[in-house]
Design a protein around this ligand. Structure first.
Ligand code: ATP
Ligand code: MG
Length: 442
């Protein structure tokens, strides 16, 4: 097994070894290289203590943000390398953190503390691959399995529960049965994990190629930090428009989605309010007003997971609008463009397209508007259509000059002019607008 280490990685390993230490490339970069994936970052593990590492690289820029965990970041020929001293983590407290970080002289100890067998391999330019936990077999079989006893490893650090299913989604692997069992059994440990960490892992999971399969198999785990989704599990819709329960419908829609995080969050959450609005009559089940309830619940979820405000408002807007019909007509689209960014309109069309595809036949054809509206948006933008007071051909000052008193009436007239222009009843031309306003002087 040969891995082409980037030159700076090889240089750093050789330099540490020239100073009498041992060093290896380790973890995700080894895994990704063996899978022919491009690693996110290159980590090095070494017998050198952090201060000894620093001395070896005194000619390089270094960052010591991770120093208390034994990690020094060295910028080698422009490439940031995380160089960490071999660790032996021993006991854990609070289901997340080792009681103390103990440095070790042995690479074996360092591999034993790593989470999954595919993440526990080290590589050296001469000594080759060090694989003490059948990591290569796991890669061949495409499975995620804990290093050692799964129950114990999850109980040490609950975040590993989410990391396991995140890796399975991203790499499109399955979770080994005993690891999967431990995940289901110990999912409540996620209550010990900070919202930010959960959010990061969940987003990666949601973007993974195997996301839908994992969100189906481990839905109980997701519900630990997103209890809002639990009522949608197996919730039958009793409607000719639907052939899947609410959760499965959302997953089927997600399966169709493009790779945009905001779109995928919106699709996953778009119907979360349905169980709360269910009513039944002779025709079957109805979910009147579910958009509004879903919107509220989606906001709760995203705020609790500490998403940034821009993401929250974009997702919430998509959930809010997901069920509304927008004709592909200039006037309606211009009104939409006043309320929503172009980018979010395109996302909304993607949400609606995927939503339809997850309906029962013959209601599972996307509406043509999902293609037509993006075209209209592009055309209106290219034409620089007037959509806000900023681009109106008259200003407040013009109306003052006409004799409008400063204040409410003036504001109302500007808004009215904009409406008329958007609706195509008035051209966005100074003369026409002034004459309209003049005739209506208060
Ligand atoms: P990626 O960077 O692609 O998300 P990665 O495997 O590099 O994946 P990192 O979070 O960068 O993941 O961690 C680097 C390595 O550190 C992992 O491969 C694993 O060996 C180890 N590791 C990270 N987090 C944990 C943890 N919570 N418990 C045990 N080992 C861990
Ligand atoms: Mg990494």
């Amino acid at each position: 097994m040969k891995i082409d280490l980037p030159m700076p990685v090889e240089k750093a390993i050789r330099r540490l070894e020239a100073h009498g230490y041992t060093a290896w490339a380790v973890g995700g970069c080894v895994r990704d290289s063996l899978l022919s994936r491009v690693p996110n970052d290159w980590d090095i593990t070494t017998s050198a203590r952090p201060e000894e590492t620093a001395a070896c690289f005194s000619d390089c820029r270094t960052l010591d943000v991770g120093i208390k965990h034994g990690t020094l970041t060295v910028i080698m020929d422009g490439m940031p390398l995380e160089i960490t001293t071999y660790r032996d983590d021993g006991e854990y407290a609070d289901h997340r953190h080792p009681v103390a970080v103990t440095f070790s002289g042995r690479v074996q100890d360092d591999l034993a503390r790593r989470d999954f067998t595919v993440n526990a391999m080290a590589y050296h330019p001469e000594r080759g691959l060090l694989d003490l936990y059948e990591g290569q077999t796991a890669l061949c079989e495409r499975t995620i399995a804990c290093v050692g006893d799964a129950e114990k490893r999850f109980s040490e650090d609950g975040l590993r529960i989410l990391r396991a299913i995140r890796f399975a989604a991203v790499l499109d692997f399955t979770v080994d049965p005993s690891t999967a069992r431990a995940i289901h059994d110990q999912k409540e440990l996620l209550h010990y994990i900070a919202a930010e960490r959960i959010r990061e892992e969940f987003c990666k999971l949601l973007m993974g190629i195997g996301a839908v399969r994992i969100l189906r198999e481990f839905r109980d785990v997701i519900a630990v930090f997103m209890p809002e989704i639990a009522p949608t599990f197996d919730f039958l819709q009793n409607s000719r428009y639907h052939c899947y329960d609410v959760y499965e419908h959302s997953l089927r829609a997600l399966q169709e989605s493009n790779a945009d995080l905001i779109t995928r969050l919106a699709i996953y959450l778009h119907d979360v309010g349905k169980p709360h609005t269910y009513t039944e009559d002779a025709e079957g089940g109805h979910f009147k007003g579910h958009g509004a309830v879903s919107t509220q619940l989606a906001r709760d979820v995203l705020q609790r997971l500490r998403f940034d405000n821009a993401t929250i408002s974009a997702v919430v807007q998509l959930v809010d609008y997901h069920d509304r019909d927008f004709p592909a007509e200039e006037r309606a689209v211009k009104r939409l463009m006043c309320k929503m960014s172009d980018e979010n309109i395109l996302r909304l069309m993607e949400v609606q397209r995927c939503d339809r595809l997850a309906h029962a036949a013959p209601y599972n054809e996307p509406k043509p508007s999902v293609w037509e509206i993006p075209r209209l948006v592009r055309r209106l933008r290219a034409e620089d259509a007037c959509l806000s007071l900023k681009s109106l051909a008259v200003t407040g000052t013009d109306l003052l000059t006409l004799g409008y008193p400063a204040g409410k009436k003036l504001g109302e007239m500007l808004a009215e002019l904009l409406e008329r222009v958007i609706d195509g009843e008035l051209p966005n031309e100074r003369e026409a607008l002034l004459s309209y306003a003049e005739k209506r002087l208060p």
